[in-house]
Design a protein around this ligand. Structure first.
Ligand SMILES: Cc1cc2nc3c(=O)[nH]c(=O)nc-3n(C[C@H](O)[C@H](O)[C@H](O)COP(=O)(O)O)c2cc1C
Length: 359
């Protein structure tokens, strides 16, 4: 019998061909104007046998950009370029969401309009690096957002969602993970504010709830997911008491009702075990919507997570880069092709659209 991982799954109004999701993956191949490249349509269409593709983080405003050549979703040219991508994926029978991204303090003045300082909950520099084309460099010192600027950030996400729908995406995923702006507001290592957005966990989860509400109101809850990474410290962003913080975050999302939460279980791309430990089963229990699990999983672990009821959907990041036909390989137990780390960020077709499928 076909394992449920490879069977159809209903996500809101959408029928997914299987429960294997392509996780969002930044590849830094956008063209001038930060528009998705032509070859990006081919790249995602090659991976359309995923039940769902979550396309790479895409900045919702010029100030939301943190790395060179990442695509945006705030200009008409960006919407038009993404339409070519979504058409190609739909033609190949796939489903595709776009990840909406504001990097906050994880940026560099050379990337921002007029050489501006990156935006953050507080003027605390992250001990992390960004990709600027010639390699990785330390991020710039940010400035704290004024209270009066926060509604504008919420509105950038709302407009990003509307633009994503105009570009033909089936939905969006709000990037609230990996030490970017919404995660920076949530975690006490980065948020030192003393206004309505800082201090208590209720205050620190306010931006998350506001963005989720605005995006759900704009395009419908059935078309919205939210990505969370409770365990730090990716991009130097950690919390002293993540369990309580993320229980409240999940409770607030439960009240708003996006169709899925996408949980990075552990430290992104590194390990599933953390100190302090996060009880992901407890987080899942608080959420009546779809729970998507991610991080350092292989095909066998994914199947067990589904049969044990620990996940409804499972996403794969790195394995999808080097295996366009990942679903078929997982199903047949075929060996996975190794990843070339040299071609992850930037460059052309090499290491992007030239990974072969099995005959
Ligand atoms: C090259 C690369 C780019 C990534 N870009 C993003 C991104 O844009 N948004 C995001 O939420 N996570 C991003 N991630 C994290 C992945 O989505 C995923 O969480 C991580 O690779 C762990 O999953 P895996 O073990 O299946 O690879 C990226 C990871 C890699 C390796």
């Amino acid at each position: 019998m076909t394992h449920p991982l490879f069977q159809k799954f209903r996500l809101g109004q959408l029928e997914l061909a299987n429960r294997v999701v392509m996780a969002p993956l930044t590849r830094n191949r956008a063209e001038p104007g930060n528009v998705a490249a032509r070859m990006t349509a081919e790249y995602y269409a090659q991976r359309a046998s995923a039940g769902l593709i979550v396309a790479e983080g895409s900045q919702v405003s010029p100030m939301g950009q943190g790395y060179l050549a990442t695509p945006g979703i705030h200009s008409p040219e960006q919407v038009a370029a993404w339409k070519v991508v979504t058409d190609a994926v739909h033609q190949a029978g796939g489903r595709i969401f776009l990840q909406l991204w504001h990097v906050g303090r994880v940026s560099h003045t050379s990337l921002l309009p007029g050489g501006a300082a990156p935006l953050a909950p507080s003027a605390v520099t992250a001990n992390t690096k960004t990709y600027l084309g010639q390699g990785f460099e330390a991020v710039s010192t940010p400035r704290a957002l004024e209270l009066s600027e926060i509604p504008g950030i919420v509105d950038d996400f709302r407009k990003g969602a509307a633009n994503a729908r105009a570009a033909g995406f089936d939905g969006v995923e709000i990037h609230a993970a990996n030490g970017y702006l919404i995660d920076q507001f949530m975690k006490d290592g980065a948020n030192k504010r003393d206004d309505a957005y800082g201090g208590s966990i209720d205050n620190r989860t306010r931006l998350l709830a506001e963005v989720a509400s605005a995006v759900c109101a704009e395009i419908g809850r059935d078309r919205v997911g939210v990505r969370l990474s409770p365990a730090g410290p990716i991009n130097d962003c950690a919390d002293s008491a993540p369990q309580a913080l993320f229980e409240l975050a999940v409770d607030k999302l439960e009240a708003v009702g996006p169709v899925y939460i996408h949980m990075i279980e552990g430290i992104t791309g590194q390990t599933r075990t953390t100190d302090p430990a996060v009880d992901f089963a407890a987080l899942k229990k608080r959420y009546s919507g779809v729970y998507m699990a991610n991080n350092c999983l292989d095909g066998e672990a994914a199947q067990v997570a589904i049969t044990d009821g620990r996940a409804d959907l499972v996403s794969f990041g790195r394995a999808f880069i080097s295996n366009p036909d990942l679903v078929r390989r997982l199903q047949s137990g075929a060996e996975l092709a190794p990843l070339n780390r040299e071609t992850l960020y930037g460059g052309g077709a090499q290491g992007y659209t030239d990974y072969p499928v099995l005959p």
